[in-house]
Design a protein around this ligand. Structure first.
Ligand SMILES: Nc1ncnc2c1ncn2[C@@H]1O[C@H](COP(=O)(O)OP(=O)(O)OP(=O)(O)O)[C@@H](O)[C@H]1O
Ligand SMILES: [Mg+2]
Length: 328
C-alpha cells in the first residue's frame, strides 16, 4: 500500500487501539519487504512497548467504522461543555431526563421498558442543534459521529443500500451518538414528491432503518423544517426537541457570557432589546465583530459604538441574505 494511504489509515485509527496496531503492523511488514530491517525492528520494539490505553469507565471498546462510510461520517471530539450552551428550561429538563435514563438503561430494560434513544432536533439555523448534540455526546461520555446526509444520499444513488445498513449496524453495536445533520435533505425529498425512484428508495430504506434500530447510544437528527415536517418522519423518533431564537433573558445571558472576559464600556442590558429576534449564531458573530473592531483600533475595551457598528454589520448581512433567498 502507498505510504500516503498508510499514513491516512494510521491517522484515522486514532483512539482505536486494535486498528492502530493493525496499521502499524502493516507499516512494519512493508519496511521489512523493503529490507529496511533496522527501521522495522525499532518500530516493532516501539509497538511492543506500547501499553493499551484504558478505556473510559463504562464504555465498550470502539468498533472500527466501516471503511466505506469514511466519506460521509466523521468522528468529532466534543470540545464544548454545558457551560457553552444556553437551553430553555424545558430542554434542560428533557436532557437531564434522557441522561438519567441512559445511565440507568439496564434497570429500565430489565423491567421490559423502552429507553428513549432517537431524537429529532427542530428549529431555525444557528439555534444550537449541532452544538447541543455535541455537548450531549460529551455528557454521555459517548463518541460523537457526524453523518453528512447529502453526501450519504448522493453516494448511494445508483448503488445498493448496503452501506446504509452497515452504518446502522455500526450504531447498533457501538454505543455512540450518531448525528444526522441536514435531515432536511430527507424531509425535502419526500415533500417534493420526487419522481426519482432511486432517491425515494434510498430515503425510504433510511427511514425504515431509523424505525427499526435500537441504538446502543443515541441517534439524533437535526432539521430546519418544523411545521412542514412530514409525520412519517417525526413519528419515528422518541422525542422531538425544539430549538428557537433566544428570548430577552437568554440574549442577556448570552451577551454576559460572551463578553465576560472582555472589558466593555456598556452593560449587556443596553442592547438586549435591539437584539430580539437574532439567532445565537448571529449574536456570536456580533460579539466577535465588536471585539475585532476594538482590537484593530488598538483599544483594550469595546465601546458602545463598536457594539452598535457590529449590530449594523449584522443587519446588512441579514439584508443581503434576504435578497439572495428572494432571488432564488
Ligand atoms: N443555544 C445556544 N447557546 C449558546 N451558543 C449557541 C447556541 N446556539 C448556537 N450557538 C452559537 O452558534 C453557533 C452555531 O450553532 P449551531 O451550529 O449549533 O446551530 P444549528 O442550530 O445547528 O444551525 P443549522 O440549522 O444552521 O445547522 C454555535 O457554535 C454557538 O457558538
Ligand atoms: Mg447544525
Amino acid at each position: 500500500m502507498a505510504r500516503g494511504e498508510l499514513m491516512k489509515k494510521l491517522l484515522s485509527s486514532y483512539g482505536r487501539d486494535d486498528e492502530f496496531r493493525g496499521v502499524v503492523e502493516q507499516i512494519i511488514s512493508e519496511e521489512e519487504k523493503k529490507n529496511n530491517r533496522v527501521l522495522a525492528r525499532s518500530l516493532r520494539k516501539a509497538l511492543d512497548g506500547l501499553t493499551t490505553r484504558p478505556q473510559a469507565k463504562g464504555l465498550s471498546p470502539l468498533v472500527p467504522f466501516p471503511d466505506e462510510a469514511g466519506e460521509f461520517i466523521q468522528r468529532i471530539e466534543p470540545v464544548h461543555t454545558p457551560d457553552d450552551i444556553i437551553l430553555t428550561h424545558d430542554n434542560i429538563e428533557l436532557f437531564t431526563g434522557l441522561l438519567d435514563e441512559f445511565r440507568k438503561s439496564e434497570t429500565i430494560k430489565r423491567h421490559g421498558l423502552p429507553v428513549r434513544s432517537k431524537l429529532l432536533f427542530c428549529g431555525p439555523p444557528g439555534t444550537g442543534k449541532t452544538l447541543c448534540a455535541e455537548v450531549f455526546a460529551g455528557q454521555l461520555g459517548l463518541p460523537f459521529f457526524f453523518v453528512k446526509l447529502d453526501s450519504l444520499i448522493s453516494s448511494f444513488l445508483g448503488e445498493t443500500a448496503t452501506n446504509i445498513r452497515k452504518t446502522f449496524e455500526f450504531a447498533r453495536r457501538q454505543p455512540c451518538v450518531l448525528f444526522f445533520d441536514e435531515f432536511d435533505a430527507i424531509a425535502r425529498s419526500r415533500e417534493e414528491g420526487n419522481d426519482h425512484s432511486e432517491l425515494r428508495r434510498v430515503v425510504n430504506s433510511l427511514l425504515i432503518f431509523i424505525d427499526q434500530i435500537q441504538p446502543g447510544g443515541f441517534l439524533i437528527a437535526a432539521t430546519n423544517l418544523d411545521a412542514h415536517l412530514d409525520p412519517a418522519i417525526w413519528r419515528r423518533f422518541d422525542e422531538v426537541v425544539w430549538f428557537d431564537h433566544p428570548d430577552e433573558a437568554m440574549v442577556r445571558r448570552y451577551l454576559t457570557n460572551a463578553l465576560k472576559n472582555t472589558e466593555t464600556e456598556f452593560e449587556a442590558e443596553d442592547f438586549v432589546q435591539s437584539l430580539a429576534d437574532y439567532s445565537y449564531a448571529e449574536l456570536e458573530k456580533i460579539c466577535n465583530q465588536a471585539k475585532k473592531i476594538s482590537l484593530l483600533d488598538r483599544r483594550k475595551s469595546i465601546s458602545k459604538k463598536d457594539f452598535r457598528d457590529a449590530i449594523r454589520y449584522a443587519e446588512r448581512r441579514r439584508m443581503r441574505l434576504r435578497k439572495l433567498s428572494n432571488n432564488q
